[in-house]
Structure formats: structure tokens, C-alpha cells
Design a protein around this ligand. Structure first.
Ligand code: C2O
Ligand code: CU
Ligand code: CU
Length: 421
């Protein structure tokens, strides 16, 4: 994974590869996957961002029994939305994802935007030992209460990448999935002007990212159109500088020598066809506030006031830990079909990519700092001590998880259940 000078890294994998195989399905057609568990522990698969029936959502104890070692489970659904989605376990998630379990699920549009080529970058972060093995010691209390298990190694498609070959003049659709357990990335494409055409799978007005930085918290995705405007033979870095002093080069775009594919960027529309999302009706919305609490420097002490063992975080004073508990009552019950406006108020000193299952929400832009939110999304990055309001039509019946996608945060209390009935 980190190159020929190191031994191979032992991982947990879907179908033998890290990340797992790229799964593709046409929008509106049936998707079926039989998951056979050959781990020594329980698992499930969650199809992140897909608006699917509750029984297919892959949350152990809530939507299905865990898949025990040696058992299998057949997932089957028809994705209503085209876009870039992904899959990962929802049982012992911190460890299972930290050891490599994640993969991309691409739902293809009937009529995709015209490009020369498509690329997919699945980003994962790893904490590796000196001999390139996954470091033990998951779930340390300190890091759980801080930024989580941020890795010391970042891979793209399972490798520490060096050069990505590109050709002058070509137009590429680049799908980026942040499948890291903790790492937030802010990507700058030196010498290029990426245009964001979808966030979390959902098409948006094509736009350049705020300040030229594409900010993606764990679980977030972006589709960008990249016109390769560099000169043949040149090299351009893609930098992740989210953590100020820890900026590093994620990959290099290496232009092949030779004649450009075309002299001027392709003149074709970038806009993707819309997905059939129900429009929130703000006038009749039920309004709720979820307060994110706890963590180091959270003002209430690391474990203060939460009264639950192993909890470092809470939502509205309640800490749901581990992978959730069957029988824990939902924090909110929403009337089916009604619009829910949810204020996510982050009282903590840390960033939280907050994710809702079973729905896509609209991020109300007046509340979001530039670049932190999708226009539509299933995961929104809430900066420290800020609030973001999202709205969605609660049209998908069932009990749905809402949690932070920094895995250490999720398993130590930043998680709750929303019931749509
Ligand atoms: Cu990718 Cu419960 O989430
Ligand atoms: Cu999800
Ligand atoms: Cu968090």
C-alpha cells in the first residue's frame, strides 16, 4: 500500500481489494449484493447516501440482525438517485473501517454529462506502524474526544499515490469519496479550476469551490469536472491543506508528453440531470434543534454531565455509543411526509460531519460557512461552535441513524435515532 520499500499491509477487504470493488448500477434499476461474512466478528453493510427501504440500511440491531461470521445477507434495492455513493460496515465501525472496509457505489445517470474520461478517487486514512501494518489501539479515549483516529498515511484507491497520468485538453469527471475514518480534506488543484457538479451524489449548480479549496469531511463526496488546461509534460500537485501546518501533496497530475487532445476546453454543458428529491416545504416545517456536545475543551469537561460510560460526546444530552442499541428510543419522531427543519448546533471545539440515513437534506445556505455544506447532501460538515440548518421531507418510514461520521465520535456518543412514522 505504501510502496515497494515496505511489506504489504494486512487489511480487511471486500472481495479481496482495498477499497472494495467499484459497484455500478443504473439509476432506477434493481441493485442486489449478497454479503458473505468471512470475518471473525459480526458485520453489516451500509449503503451510504442511498435513499433505500429501512430494512436494507445495514444498521445492526436497528434495521437487521448483524451478519454473523459464516453467514450472509442479501441486500436489494432500487436507487432513486444517480450519483457517487459508497458502502461500508456499520458494526464495530471504527475498527472495521480503520482496517480498510469501504468501497464506492456509483449510480449512473441515464444521460451523463459529456466528458472524455471518468476517474474515481477513494480516499482512506490509515494509522500504520513502521512496518506498514494497521496500528492496534482503536478507540483511545483522548483521541475519541478530539479529532478522532486521524491517520499518518492517506491512500487514494488503496495506494499511496504518486502520479496520475492525464492528457492536455481532456475533460475528466472526477468522483472523490472521502472514506476516511477521521481525516477531513481540503483539496487545492494547483494550476487548475475544478468545477463542482455534485456533492454527496446530488447534482448542484456547477461552481468553483469557495477559495479554490474543496472541503470534504469523512463520508462526503464530490463530483468535479476538471479541464486539463496544463501543458503537455507539466506536473501539478493536488494539495490537502486542511490541517494548516500539515499540508501535503495528495497526488500529482502528470501530463503526458505529446499533442493535446484539444486546444480549448470542451464546450459542453457540465450540469447533471436532477434527481427526484422531494422539495422541503419550509412554511409547514416541523423545527427541531440538535445540540452537539462534549469533547475536549467542550466547556462541560470531557465526560462531564453525560453519565454514560465510554461517552465523550452527546446530542441533546444523550449519548448513544458503540453501534447503537436496539431499543434506544428515537430522539425525534417525524410525521411521514412532513418537512423537518433541523438545526445542528455545534457547541464543541471540533468539526463534525453529521450524517442522516435514508434521506438527503437541503443545506440552508444562509446558515453554512462557505464551502462547508452541500446544496443537497446526506452529510454536512459543521464547524466548531457554528450552527447549520438542514431541511428534508421525512418521506422514508423507519428508524434512521443520525451521527457524526468521524468514527471515534460516532462510537463514543455522537449518534442518535430519528423515527419517521
Ligand atoms: Cu456512512 Cu451511518 O453511515
Ligand atoms: Cu449513511
Ligand atoms: Cu464528530
Amino acid at each position: 500500500m505504501v510502496g515497494d520499500d515496505y511489506p504489504a499491509t494486512a487489511v480487511w477487504a471486500y472481495g479481496g481489494s482495498v477499497p472494495g470493488p467499484v459497484l455500478r448500477v443504473r439509476q432506477g434499476t434493481r441493485f442486489r449484493a449478497v454479503v458473505e461474512n468471512r470475518l471473525d466478528e459480526n458485520t453489516t453493510v451500509h449503503w451510504h447516501g442511498i435513499r433505500l427501504p429501512n430494512a436494507m440500511d445495514g444498521v445492526p440491531g436497528l434495521t437487521q440482525p448483524p451478519i454473523r461470521p459464516g453467514e450472509s445477507f442479501a441486500y436489494e434495492f432500487t436507487p432513486p438517485d444517480a450519483g457517487t455513493f459508497w458502502y461500508h460496515p456499520h458494526d464495530n465501525s471504527l475498527v472495521q473501517m480503520g482496517r480498510g472496509l469501504a468501497g464506492a457505489l456509483i449510480v449512473e445517470e441515464a444521460e451523463p454529462a459529456r466528458v472524455d474520461r471518468e476517474l474515481l478517487w477513494v480516499i482512506q486514512d490509515w494509522r500504520l506502524t513502521r512496518d506498514a501494518q494497521v496500528a492496534p489501539g482503536f478507540g483511545g479515549r483522548m483521541e475519541a474526544a478530539m479529532a478522532g483516529r486521524v491517520g499518518n498515511t492517506v491512500t487514494v484507491n488503496g495506494r499511496v499515490p504518486d502520479a496520475v497520468p492525464v492528457r492536455a485538453g481532456e475533460r475528466v469527471r472526477l468522483r472523490i469519496v472521502n472514506a476516511a475514518t477521521a481525516q477531513i480534506v481540503a483539496l487545492r488543484f494547483e494550476g487548475h479550476r475544478p468545477v463542482v457538479v455534485a456533492l454527496d451524489g446530488q447534482p448542484c449548480e456547477p461552481h468553483e469551490p469557495a477559495g479554490g479549496r474543496l472541503l470534504l469531511g469523512p463520508a462526503m463526496r464530490a463530483d468535479i469536472i476538471l479541464d486539463m488546461t496544463g501543458r503537455s509534460g507539466s506536473r501539478h500537485a493536488v494539495i490537502d491543506d486542511f490541517y494548516d501546518r500539515l499540508a501535503y501533496e495528495l497526488v500529482t497530475l502528470a501530463y503526458e508528453p505529446g499533442a493535446p487532445l484539444r486546444e480549448h476546453p470542451l464546450d459542453a454543458p457540465m450540469r447533471l440531470p436532477p434527481n427526484p428529491l422531494p422539495r422541503p416545504d419550509m412554511a409547514s416545517a416541523a423545527r427541531h434543534e440538535l445540540v452537539l456536545q462534549g469533547g475536549m475543551m467542550g466547556g462541560m469537561g470531557m465526560m462531564g454531565g453525560m453519565g454514560m460510560r465510554g461517552a465523550a460526546w452527546a446530542i441533546n444530552g444523550m449519548s448513544m455509543t458503540g453501534d447503537g442499541h436496539a431499543g434506544m428510543p428515537p430522539l425525534l419522531t417525524l410525521a411521514r411526509g412532513r418537512t423537518c427543519a433541523l438545526t445542528l448546533r455545534n457547541e464543541t471545539a471540533w468539526w463534525h460531519p453529521m450524517h442522516l440515513h435514508g434521506h438527503s437534506f437541503r443545506v440552508l445556505d444562509r446558515t453554512a460557512s462557505p464551502g462547508t455544506g452541500a446544496i443537497w447532501g446526506d452529510t454536512v460538515l459543521v464547524p466548531p461552535r457554528e450552527s447549520i440548518e438542514v431541511a428534508f421531507v421525512a418521506d422514508n418510514p423507519g428508524d434512521w441513524m443520525l451521527h457524526c461520521h468521524v468514527m471515534d465520535h460516532q462510537v463514543s456518543g455522537l449518534m442518535t435515532i430519528i423515527r419517521v412514522a
